[in-house]
Design a protein around this ligand. Sequence first.
Ligand code: FAD
Length: 314
Amino acid sequence: EKLEASHKSSSKTTFSFEYFVPKTSQGVQNLYDRMDRMYEASLPQFIDITWNAGGGRLSQLSTDLISTAQSVLGLETCMHLTCTNMPIEEIDSALKKAYDSGCQNILALRGDPPINSNKWEACEGGFNYAKDLIKYIRLKYGDYFDIGVAGYPEGHPEEKDIELNFKYLKEKIDAGGNFIITQMFYDVDNFIDWCDKVRAYGIDVPIIPGIMPITTYGAFLRRAQWGEINIPQDFLDKLDPIKDDDELVREMGTELIVGMCQKLIDSGHVKHLHIYTMNLEKAPLMILDKLGLLPTEGEYNGAQEAMLPWRKSL
Ligand code: FAD
């Protein structure tokens, strides 16, 4: 019976939620409550916690959040880990904490530049690229962790050369990465084209699209601009006339993102949606509800059994 349920749910598109580290202890408590409620309401396959590049207090909180979510709330977790301006001791301690808490998934990243500088600089004796961190994790922990890497369907703001970006992505996979989570995007046709090119490059690991809900018009424009993400004309045509009414923007935004996700699912390229929650509850759940991906009573057990996209069945 279990097998049947698992088979049934594995044909359904699965999903996961990304959260960032709140700045206050009250914020952390609220986040635990929210993660728990969202888990109960939807059964994501895993949740992940971002990492503040450069280390420090907030990265300590990342490991605490991972540890509690994994071992107290019982969620499958994925810890982001950057190697920008981070002493190796801090990387060692983060990996050990993840290992000790039972977390088995790391999203290995280079990291964004620190807030007060717009250019990234390698730290002496540290790692230069995400691939260096991946090699290090494989060296220290063998196959214990599944390692995700970042992918950029619209290119990386620091590297416009599309071909080079495929080469660098391949290097991360060859170094030991075994799944890809992408930067947010709105242009589905471009994403599908990019997936085909990734495959043509000989990369065969799961590609998981990063989905950013639209909550306010300002945030929608800002995020697209920051990541240099193309906004399709129909998004602008539908959102611009209602930009001053947050509620209408949320409704229309949800409709647009649901349409986009449905197109991704229908393309056959996508088996899993990774939702950037921005620590908000309503928008992600509304999107999943409209896509028909929230578990029904009968599917509850089966959904929990479904295999993570990057774990091969035995
Ligand atoms: P890399 O793959 O190492 O690439 C970095 C840059 O170097 C790129 O421009 C690339 O083209 C270039 N490059 C790579 N290899 C070489 C080479 N051999 N020679 C020359 N150039 C090279 N940031 C955070 O700080 N915290 C987070 O939690 C976080 N989570 C993220 C999650 C996802 C899904 C994504 C897509 C991004 C996330 N980021 C996060 C942002 C990320 O850190 C930045 O985009 C960063 O600028 C690049 O990180 P990377 O791991 O892709 O780096």
